[in-house]
Design a protein around this ligand. Structure first.
Ligand code: 13P
Length: 283
């Protein structure tokens, strides 16, 4: 299997209005489910590890895990470090063979965010690793939003980080939130249009669990080349496992339970991949 260069792939995706989905994974089992979904949808995917997964397992082990699964998967699986606020963790992931890292300076000042991104971009250069940065904020979890519009990415900030730090791909806060939200998030498409007009860098939409299919498709037409999906994977995994376990907790044996759980996670991932792929058939 020939894996295309990721930086080139996302550039092409932005130009061709296509989109790569990054799925947050926690272990070998949800990774396996994502790989099965990728092969069924005939789409490359990204497996994204949050910092706690790396802290628990090391980026070395995560890389080996993806390498092992890749050997039996036809579609490429790109490995990404998601939302790392630590430059050290990004550098370690680069050294351990990750395809992509996100340095998340969105909670810092613009100046600090640019400086952090610059340092990681420089470090990643010789390894050819893709670097994602973030401007604006993705709401939810422990992200502090100081005012109604505090999350919204400013076009000037976007231009500044792209010009000065040159990340390969950029996450922008345009109203999406991590996790399930009581109602569909209000996506600021007007701001997305302004950003897409101002910079050529491929854009990333976070909070993929709560975004309706039509909004995903519209965003792809406007420059989003990567969509992040996490919560719907974790909750399917946990709920399905719980439902299987409680049938007979005393004889619960992981491989038997996971045989049922993995296809359920795969179906959820496939559903999102199909929502993105529908975009191409509409074009
Ligand atoms: P969800 O958990 O809402 O799918 O968002 C995932 C994400 O954006 C990871 O960076």
């Amino acid at each position: 299997m020939q894996k295309k260069d990721l930086i080139e792939l996302v550039k092409t995706y932005r130009n061709e209005q296509k989109c790569l989905i990054g799925f947050n994974i926690n272990d070998i089992y949800d990774l396996k489910a994502i790989a099965l979904a990728a092969d069924e949808a005939l789409s490359p995917v990204m497996a994204m590890t949050y910092p706690p997964v790396v802290e628990l397992n090391s980026s070395f082990l995560c890389k080996k895990m993806v390498e092992g699964i890749q050997a039996n998967t036809k579609q490429p699986i790109y490995l990404h470090l998601d939302h790392s606020t630590s430059i050290t963790m990004c550098k370690q992931a680069i050294d351990d063979g990750y395809d992509s890292v996100m340095i998340d300076g969105s909670q810092r000042s613009l100046k600090e965010n640019i400086a952090m991104t610059k340092e990681v971009v420089k470090y990643a250069e010789s390894a050819g690793v893709m670097v994602e940065a973030e401007i604006g904020k993705i709401m939810g979890r422990d992200v502090v939003v100081k005012s109604d519009k505090d999350f919204l990415a400013s076009v000037n900030d976007v231009k500044a980080i792209v010009e000065e730090a040159q990340p390969h791909i950029l996450a922008v806060g345009i109203g999406t939130a991590h996790g399930f939200t009581p109602k569909a998030p209000k996506i600021h498409f007007d701001r997305l249009a302004e950003i897409a007009d101002a910079v050529a860098v491929p854009l990333v939409l976070h909070g993929g669990t709560g975004i309706p299919d039509e909004d995903i498709q519209k965003s792809i037409q406007m420059g989003v080349a990567k969509l992040n999906v996490g919560t719907m994977i974790h909750t399917t995994y946990m709920k399905s496992l719980y439902n299987e376990m409680r049938k007979d907790i005393d004889s619960a044996y992981p491989p038997y339970l996971l045989k049922t759980v993995i296809p359920e996670i795969k179906d959820v991932a496939l559903n999102r991949l199909n929502a993105v792929n529908k975009q191409y058939s509409l074009a």
